[in-house]
Design a protein around this ligand. Structure first.
Ligand code: 13P
Ligand code: SF4
Length: 342
């Protein structure tokens, strides 16, 4: 592979100037000469290879605003993976997201720039654990958060994300005529959904290492230090945090809240890059920024996205026998909320 010239030439500066305009509020000018050559090279290579970059809302602003073709929460990324025409998907996110893309689009090449981009929730449960749970609670439907391996999805009746968990649990409980479901592996998401739906939930002791660190005392301290601040929290936070927040929703739902309501001052109780990405779009909103970094999401960088496209690595594959069963659970989730004839 020929070495690529990554100099910040006047040509690169001119080609990337409109993109810098999108992130100028959150990326210091002194950093742009480092990012710009990668941005230009990635966008060129993407076209040459018929590739799309699907980026999660936790990507850093230079990825989120400057090289991504599609950005969103887990649900939106899964929907996009199912419908894109591109030959190659580069997943700027974590491994379970890339697996979900492969499950939905087995004919496409799905790449992840760093195979170590995992997730504490996905690591907390195995397919064998789910089989044991089903033996212990025979007949109960299993609702599985998308933040899991393909093997775990394959053992499940239906998947959910944080944006459709309530609807999915209500849908399967109604269809199976049960007041109890198994919902794994996020204990806090399950407790938050149980409170919203009244459905009894048997859960698992998995936690998101980013969101579990927030406490109710943190939220009270943000309010004390910032009178009038609106608090938005992700449902992976402990229930005591959700109880103190003004609004709880998926990463996409939090972004929509800011876009629709334009609060004067807001705090997003979630991963750090969210506030940066949203602040770039809404300079009129003040962001209070206590946050926790997701070390897995932060493994994805401009240099390794470029490397991924140059070398077509690291390809994510799923055993076809597992993929077929996992796909049924993911597709069932995608159908929830759609008109039955659609
Ligand atoms: P969203 O589906 O809300 O984007 O959440 C994914 C995730 O990993 C949050 O920690
Ligand atoms: Fe997993 Fe939490 Fe990171 Fe999301 S933020 S990928 S749930 S560890």
């Amino acid at each position: 592979m020929a070495a690529m010239d990554l100099a910040y030439t006047p040509k690169v500066a001119a080609a990337t100037a409109p993109l810098y305009g999108k992130v100028a509020a959150v990326v210091p000018q002194i950093e742009w000469p480092v990012h710009a050559p990668y941005v230009e090279a990635i966008n060129r290579l993407k076209r040459e290879k018929n590739a799309v970059i699907l980026a999660h809302n936790y990507m850093t602003p230079e990825i989120f605003h400057c090289v991504a073709d599609f950005v969103g929460d887990s649900l939106a990324l899964a929907r996009e993976a199912a419908k894109t025409d591109a030959k190659v998907i580069v997943q700027a996110g974590v491994h379970f997201m890339a697996e979900t893309s492969k499950i939905l689009s087995p004919q496409k090449t799905v790449l992840i720039p760093d195979l170590r981009a995992g997730c504490s929730l996905a690591a907390s449960v195995t397919g064998a654990d789910v089989r044991l749970l089903k033996e212990r609670y025979p007949g109960l439907p299993v609702v599985t958060y998308v933040n899991t391996s393909a093997d775990v999805k394959a053992q499940s009746d239906v998947c959910c994300t944080s944006s459709n968990a309530k609807a999915v649990v209500e849908d399967i409980a109604r269809e199976r005529g049960t007041d109890t479901v198994i919902m794994i592996p996020d204990e806090y998401l399950a407790q938050n959904v149980a409170r919203q739906t009244g459905v009894k939930i048997i859960t698992w002791k998995g936690h998101c290492e980013v969101h579990e660190r927030f406490s109710a005392a943190d939220i009270r301290a943000y309010r004390e230090g910032n009178p009038g601040v609106i608090v938005l929290a992700h449902p992976e936070c402990p229930p005591e945090v959700i109880a103190e927040a003004d609004f709880a929703g998926s990463t996409a739902a939090m972004i929509s809240y800011v876009g629709d309501k334009r609060p004067k001052k807001v705090v997003m109780v979630t991963e750090c890059s969210m506030s940066d990405n949203v602040a770039a779009d809404y300079p009129d909103v003040e962001f209070v920024r206590p946050c926790n970094l997701c070390p897995h999401m932060k493994r994805i960088t401009l240099p390794n996205i470029l490397h991924s496209l140059q070398t077509m690595t690291y390809e994510v594959t799923v055993d076809p026998a597992i993929a077929v069963r996992a796909k049924a659970a993911v597709e069932r989730m995608l159908a929830v909320g759609k008109p039955k004839s659609a």
